[in-house]
Design a protein around this ligand. Structure first.
Ligand code: BG6
Ligand code: MG
Length: 219
């Protein structure tokens, strides 16, 4: 059997932090005098903090000096971190731990592949850090999803060929990144939005462990 590796995105796959990102961005938008909707927040999934602020300022048609831009990035992150500080294991999305346990029992190496610079403290807060053999996050990449960089670094760390990696993702840009890396992409969320994925599930409760076993055993 070929050695396989598993890569998880964080926000929206392991924990539902998209709602906290949204609240923090919305607060900033409101302070700057415009609205920011949950629908618009969809564009922010999988996208770096810097790029999110650029899109937000475009939406509000706000011009910023470099100094303001940097200050708003800090402000948004401080608001976001205040939500993160309240997180605990109850915020792990349903059946994520079941899948992690299964992978551990099969000795399958696991990496995180996330755009977030807050990945480690979040995994610590919810008590899942120990499941991960490697973390590749917003601090370790130079190119954002849909560039495959984050997942290719993860594959390298796992010691597994890219085509033998399986990626769980909730963002369009993330599925594209996995596909660009020639990995097996599994979309978690709305199948019509994530139609480019190789497989689609609404959430982990829909994933049968037999399905994962088959993926691990396929050539
Ligand atoms: C991604 C989220 O995982 O991380 C994005 O989907 C977020 O919405 C990005 O902007 C960066 O996160 P952070 O925690 O570094 O601001
Ligand atoms: Mg995500």
């Amino acid at each position: 059997m070929k050695k396989k590796g598993i890569i998880f995105d964080l926000d929206g796959v392991i924990v539902d932090t998209a709602k906290y990102h949204y609240l923090a961005w919305k607060k900033l938008a409101n302070e700057l005098g415009f609205e920011f909707t949950e629908e618009q927040n969809e564009m922010f999934k999988g996208v770096s903090r810097k790029r999110c602020l650029e899109i937000l300022l475009d939406i509000g048609q706000v011009k910023a000096t470099q100094e303001q831009f940097d200050q708003w990035m800090v402000e948004k992150n401080e608001d976001y971190l205040a939500y993160i500080a309240q997180m605990d294991a109850s915020e792990i999305l349903p059946d994520v731990t079941k899948v992690l346990e299964y992978l551990k029992s099969k000795d399958v190496p696991i990496a995180l592949g996330s755009a977030s610079k807050n990945a480690k403290p979040i995994l610590e807060k919810v008590g899942l850090l120990d499941y991960f053999d490697y973390l590749v996050d917003g601090n370790s990449v130079t190119k954002a999803k849909p560039d495959p960089e984050v997942f290719l670094i993860a594959a390298q760390k796992l010691g597994v060929n890219a085509e033998d990696c399986i990626v769980f993702e909730d963002a369009v840009a993330g599925i594209e990144a996995a596909n660009n890396a020639k990995m097996t992409s599994i979309g978690i969320g709305d199948a019509s939005v994530l139609s480019a994925a190789d497989h689609n599930f609404k959430d982990f409760t829909e994933i049968d462990l037999g399905f994962i076993k088959n993926l691990l055993e396929s050539r």
